[in-house]
Design a protein around this ligand. Sequence first.
Ligand SMILES: [Cu+2]
Length: 113
Amino acid sequence: MSIIKFLALSIFTAAAFHTAIAADHSMSATASASANSTNSDMTDGEVKKIDKSANKITLKHGDIKNLDMPGMTMVFRLKDPAVLDTFKVGDKVKFKAEKADGAIFATEIQVAK
Ligand SMILES: [Cu+2]
């Protein structure tokens, strides 16, 4: 009786231990996958023109994967016009491109280091 109890307990303990390892492993795999996708969403660009009154910025940009767009020079709108004060023509930037209301917005735009 006591041997069966002991065996049952050790099998249960081993199973619980394995489950804990598996949960840990899948959690860290998910975290690194989402970090990778965040990085690849950022597009490189160069500031060509800033139009503060119209809240627009002209960028020469690299491939925009999420919008399926090749590199080109084009106008982006900004959700936060205050960021225009932090750039000047010729700055290299990184940003995310988002389609909204029939226009393309540059979001999370920042000077590239
Ligand atoms: Cu474009």
